[in-house]
Design a protein around this ligand. Structure first.
Ligand code: FES
Length: 333
């Protein structure tokens, strides 16, 4: 795991509304220099205020290193990040950022189905442009509350006639996932981003698709992982999946030390307390920053990032939330 990643100040060079409740931020380096490289699906952290770190997907052009663009929805029941961006962050302000990093990359495929719900369109925008550039066969189905709330909808339909289907809920109802995902295909990768009910429904519909066909990204913990973490915090005897909640040992192979992780505390907390430098951001298993290589032992994965194959492989874990199924883990730290 890298123990450093780009962290720099960026200036808000533009802030404009692009849909009901959505603003587009353009971020540049104060000295006009180039920004770090990124690939479609990447996100960055904005360190908005002490204790207020939020992840936003990059939705601009990876070929343009002069500017980062992120679109931010004002969350009605948010935790303060989107309200800060909407109400306090102004053009000309400087904000600290970390990243970009990418756990939602666009793998090669002859065909893509992009499924977006609301602000979940943002990571898909550069993916769509990349798929179009590659000459892949692709289709976007984009749902939102109303047409006016759907950022970039006009641009998408204008630039890609025949490939984009807009589904404003007040006009067409909810996305018809049965029709979209009812027939598993072996030549298609499904990239899905949006609110939790959409992701959960897509996961359910894609259960009969080839392993790994569905790719998705969450920015809030899923109900399943939230429940597992709450169980851990309460030191219950077992989670619904039967994982042990007791203490376990973590050997840090590079540091040459062994630590005990007690019930109710995360590996990340224990490792930090021991003075070992580890990167972290969301601390809830959604951003990917604390990815750590597992050299031995069996992780109990509680993140919202790994695919089923990656979980089974067990060679990486996210130490902010995940624990151990074995009595001892050996980590590359
Ligand atoms: S800090 Fe975000 S996944 Fe661990």
């Amino acid at each position: 795991m890298p123990v450093t990643e780009a962290e720099l100040d960026v200036k808000v060079a533009g802030k404009e509304p692009v849909a009901d409740g959505v603003v587009l931020l353009s971020l540049v380096r104060p000295d006009g220099g180039p920004l770090p490289a990124w690939t479609p699906g990447a996100h960055l952290d904005l360190l908005l205020a002490p204790g207020l770190v939020r992840q936003y997907s990059l939705c601009g052009d990876p070929g343009d290193s002069s500017v980062f663009q992120v679109a931010v929805l004002r969350e009605r029941d948010g935790r303060g990040g989107s309200a800060y961006v909407h109400d306090r962050l102004a053009e000309g302000d400087t904000v600290r950022m970390r990243g970009p990093r990418n756990r939602f990359g666009l793998d090669e495929s002859p065909r893509y189905l992009f499924v977006a719900g609301g602000i979940g369109i943002t990571p898909l925008l550069p993916m769509i442009e990349e798929a179009a550039r590659r000459g892949s066969d692709w289709r976007l189905v984009y749902g939102g509350r109303t047409r006016a709330s759907m950022a970039f909808a006009d641009r998408l339909t204008r630039d890609h006639p025949g490939r984009v289907e807009l589904c404003p809920q007040d006009e067409t109802g909810l996305l018809d996932l049965d029709a979209l995902l009812g027939d598993p295909r072996t030549d298609t990768l499904v990239y899905c981003c949006g609110p939790e009910p959409l992701l959960a429904a897509a996961q359910e519909r894609c259960a009969s698709w080839p392993k790994g066909a569905l790719r998705f990204e969450r920015f809030v913990p899923s109900a399943r992982n939230d429940a597992a973490r709450n169980d851990a915090a309460r030191n219950d005897a077992a989670t619904a999946e039967g994982a042990a909640e007791g203490a376990f040992e973590v050997e840090l192979a590079l540091t040459g030390t062994t630590l005990t992780v007690p019930p109710g505390r995360s590996i990340l907390e224990v490792v930090e307390e021991a003075g070992v430098a580890v990167l972290s951001s969301c601390r809830e298993g959604t951003c990917g920053t604390c990815e750590t290589a597992v050299l031995a032992g069996v992780p109990d994965h509680r993140d919202d990032l790994l695919t089923e194959e990656e979980r089974e492989a067990g060679d990486i874990m996210f130490i902010c939330v995940s624990r151990a199924r074995s009595e001892r883990l050996v980590l590359e730290l």
